[in-house]
Design a protein around this ligand. Sequence first.
Ligand SMILES: Cc1cc2nc3c(=O)[nH]c(=O)nc-3n(C[C@H](O)[C@H](O)[C@H](O)COP(=O)(O)OP(=O)(O)OC[C@H]3O[C@@H](n4cnc5c(N)ncnc54)[C@H](O)[C@@H]3O)c2cc1C
Ligand code: FES
Length: 339
Amino acid sequence: MSPTVTNQRNEVSFVAQENETILDAALRNNRIYPYGCRSGICGACKSELVRGKVDYGEYEEFALSDLEREQGKVLLCQAVPLGDIVIDTEEVMTGTRIQIKMLPCRVRKLTRLAGDVMQLYLALPKTQSFNFIPGQYIDIVLKNGLRRSFSIANLPAQVAEAGIELHIRNVPDGHFTPRVFDAMNERDLLRFEGPFGTYFLQSEENRPMIMIAGGTGFSPIKGLFQQAMEKNPNHDVHLFWGARDEQDLYMDALVRKWQSAYPNLKYTPVLSESSSADWTGATGFVHETVCNAYDTFADHDVYASGPPVMIDSVRNSLGEKGMKSDRFFFDSFDYALPA
Ligand SMILES: Cc1cc2nc3c(=O)[nH]c(=O)nc-3n(C[C@H](O)[C@H](O)[C@H](O)COP(=O)(O)OP(=O)(O)OC[C@H]3O[C@@H](n4cnc5c(N)ncnc54)[C@H](O)[C@@H]3O)c2cc1C
Ligand code: FES
C-alpha cells in the first residue's frame, strides 16, 4: 500500500507513490517545504523524521551528517518512505498555486553579458502558461536525461513577451554550459522542468533586507529585488554583489539605475581579484564586507545566492552576528551530481 506522509506541524497528510521522495510527493500535493538543490547537496530540505522508516537515499555528508541522521534528521529531497511516516517541518505559504511542468521551449535570444556569462531568453509555446515566484529556478533537461538548474532572472509578467531570462556561467569542462557558449543558436529547441525552489520573498513585515549575490547569483536577486520594489518601493534593501573583477558585475549599470529610482537601496559591489587601479570600491570576499557593514544582523532578512562556499561563509559569519536562521533565505548554486 502507498505510504502516507503526515506533517505533525500542521497535521496535513498526503500519499506518496512508490519510490517517490517525500519532497516530490509533497510538491505533487501542492505542499511546499523549504528546499533548494533537490540533489542532497545543499541541506535546505533537512527536516525531522518523527516516526517511521525511510530509505535515506544518496546525499553529501555536508547536507546530512551521521550524527544528524542519528538524531532523527532526514533530507526530504532524497528520503523515500518505507511505510507510513510522520515528519515535522515548516510549510512555506506561497499564496499562489505553483504547478511544476515539463515544457519545450526555444532559445529566443542569447547575449554575452561578460566573458563567461551568457544571458539566455527561452520562449514558451504560445499555448502554454508558466507561472513561478520570482527567485525560483528551472531545470534544463538534456537529451540524456541529465538536468542542470538555473535561476529565473525576470518577473512572471515579463515572461509571455520576453521569455524566461537566465544568466548562465560557463563551467569549463562542464557538460552543458560550454554548449551555451559554443554551439547554441537562437531558435534551438530545449526542454525544461519547473519552477522549483523556495528562494522567494518571505518577508512578512517591512524588515530591512540584505541581498547578497555571488557572480551569477545576481540572477534570482534581480527577480527578488524587482518584486520587493513592486510591493514597497521604499523598502530598505542593501544589495552586495561579489565578483572577481569589474566585468563580472555584468549588470552594474542596471543596479545603479535602480539606485536612482529607489531611495532606500544601498549597493556595495565587492571585487575579489581586481587588479585595476581605477577600482576604489570594496575588495576581498563579499561575506566579509557584509559582515563588517553592520554590528548585528538580528533585525534583517538575508537573501543570498551564489557558490556554495559563499553561502556557507555568509551563514557562519552573519550567524555569529545575530542573523536568525529562519530569516536566512538562500540558493546554493551547487554543481549537479554526476548521473
Ligand atoms: C538551485 C540552483 C540554481 C542555480 N542557478 C544558476 C544560475 O542562475 N546561473 C548559473 O550560472 N548557475 C546556476 N546554478 C549552478 C549550475 O546548475 C551548475 O553550475 C551546473 O552544474 C553547470 O552545468 P554544466 O553541465 O555546465 O557543468 P557540470 O557538468 O555540472 O560540471 C562539471 C563538473 O565540473 C566540476 N566543476 C567544474 N567547475 C567547478 C568549480 N568551479 N568548482 C567546483 N567544481 C567544479 C564539478 O565537479 C562538476 O560536477 C544553479 C544551481 C542550483 C542548484
Ligand atoms: S539537500 Fe535537499 S534540497 Fe538540497
